[in-house]
Design a protein around this ligand. Structure first.
Ligand code: ZN
Length: 275
């Protein structure tokens, strides 16, 4: 999650920068660039609208049937979370063994990456590292179906992906948020909205994800989409409550879903991330 957060923010910037420099015709997606790179000797496997790409004799190749089923299940799960009926593009799912190989494709040694323009995700997967399929697929679907969020709802981009993925190591999103809250590590909600980038990836990611899960649970996916598109400046429009009321309701919900007894080794999460 940690690497991925940085990669996401980076990609938003890169995509916007490229869009302003090149016309749509000249822009080459990372999916196309990866497919054009013959040094990977990609093999592929597909089921309906999901197409996997992996290297010969890789861990991913050996598990391709399970992986394609898992990717399809992720698409369904994410669509349900977003309240959307479908995604009408082919989804390209690339697996590599190492971050070094990701560096060759993306330009940085990240664990996961989403290229929604090209409808593709790039994932590190090996016997010691679980891939963030659902997380990255959420980025592709949310950005493709809902568009770029209102500037006041940029905090939601990573939060929706973390919320859909749902867990980190053996902990649920709400358990981590509850622990952070119990340690006085979460500022008031308005600070998350305005300064999410300054909270750090762990605090901002799990705080946002937990609040998004609460909003989805209490108000439904339409309210979530409304918040994404129309902004977080005035919650009374989207949610019919003030920001202080939402924060109080979320804290109550968190106590019910996660309790406040759990102990979490945050240093371990910082060091080993969520893989
Ligand atoms: Zn992400």
């Amino acid at each position: 999650m940690k690497r991925c957060t940085a990669s996401l923010i980076g990609f938003v910037f890169i995509a916007l920068a490229l869009a302003s420099v090149f016309s749509a015709q000249e822009y080459v997606s990372l999916v196309k660039r990866a497919l054009d790179d013959s040094s990977f000797h990609w093999r592929s496997f597909e089921a309906e609208d999901v197409r996997l790409f992996y290297k010969p004799d890789s861990f991913a190749e050996r598990h391709r049937v399970m992986l394609v089923r898992s990717a399809k299940a992720s698409v369904e799960e994410v669509l349900k979370f977003l309240g959307e009926p479908g995604y009408d593009r082919i989804l390209h799912v690339f697996y590599v063994d190492t971050r070094k190989e990701m560096d060759r494709i993306i330009g940085r040694p990240v664990a996961g990456y989403a290229d929604w323009t090209g409808s593709g995700v790039f994932l590190v997967l090996n016997p010691e590292w679980r891939s963030f399929d659902t997380h990255e697929i959420t980025h592709v679907l949310s950005m493709s179906l809902w568009g770029t969020p209102d500037p006041t709802s940029r905090w939601m981009v990573e939060g929706v992906a973390v919320s859909c993925d749902g867990w980190c190591q053996e902990y649920s999103v709400d358990e981590i948020a509850s622990y952070l809250l119990s340690q006085d590590q979460l500022p008031p909600l308005h600070e998350l909205f305005r300064n999410f980038a300054e909270l750090g990836e762990i605090r901002a990611g799990f705080y946002a994800a937990s609040v998004i899960g609460f909003v989805r649970n209490r108000y439904g996916p339409d309210a979530l989409r409304d918040l994404w598109m129309n902004g977080s400046g005035d919650l009374s429009g989207s949610l019919g409550s003030t920001i202080d009321e939402i924060e109080a309701s979320w804290k109550k919900y968190l106590k019910e879903t996660a309790g406040n007894e759990i102990q979490i080794d945050l240093e371990n999460i910082e060091e080993l991330e969520c893989g």
